[in-house]
Design a protein. Structure first.
Ligand code: NI
Length: 175
């Protein structure tokens, strides 16, 4: 039986969210973590989650950016993902992050990217993403490099958000 379990999502600021994650050497060993991360992501709810956000400093992310309520889910697991091409054209999306709850900001990123990765079965994959998928995959790959979407904001704004999160964590610890 394959029982999935919800994992705790780290909240910014946390040194593990600022660390460059290491490559996965055995994709097949990641199956249980991938299942747990997908369940944790859907439960949150969110559209993407990177392994460092659950305290695992390895290069894996999960995502599902299907927006239509009645459309079938499209869970994706990307191991050792790499952006091999980015469009010059950019897109602005209001981004959020499960590690920075209730904070949303417009972030500009390439509108299209081509990404290569390894599947859980160990196969090399390649796909071009656009729209919300492109923003999401870039946001999640940033997590693998210890980068958060608020790192794109002006320092003062970022400090304000960080202080807000510190307060939130103190309140949570007391509860
Ligand atoms: Ni995030």
């Amino acid at each position: 039986m394959n029982t999935m379990a919800l994992r705790d999502i780290l909240i910014h600021p946390d040194p593990r969210l600022k660390t460059v994650a290491g490559p996965v050497s055995e994709p097949s060993d990641m199956k249980k973590l991938a299942d747990d991360m997908l369940e944790t992501m859907y439960h949150a709810p969110g559209i993407g989650l990177a392994a460092p956000q659950v305290g695992v400093l390895q290069r894996m992310l999960v995502m599902d950016c299907v927006k239509e309520e009645d459309a079938p889910p499209q869970p994706m697991v990307l191991i050792n993902p790499k952006i091999v091409w980015s469009s010059e054209e950019t897109n602005v999306y209001e981004e959020g992050c499960l590690s920075i709850p209730e904070i949303y900001n417009d972030i500009e990123r390439p509108a299209e990217v081509e990404v290569t990765w390894t599947s859980l079965e160990g196969n090399e994959q390649s796909q071009r993403f656009d729209g919300l998928w492109a923003t999401c995959v870039q946001h999640e790959i940033d997590h693998l490099d210890g980068k958060l979407f608020i790192d794109y904001l002006k320092p003062l704004k970022r400090q304000m958000i960080t202080r807000k999160m510190q307060k939130l964590k103190r309140e949570k610890a007391r509860a």
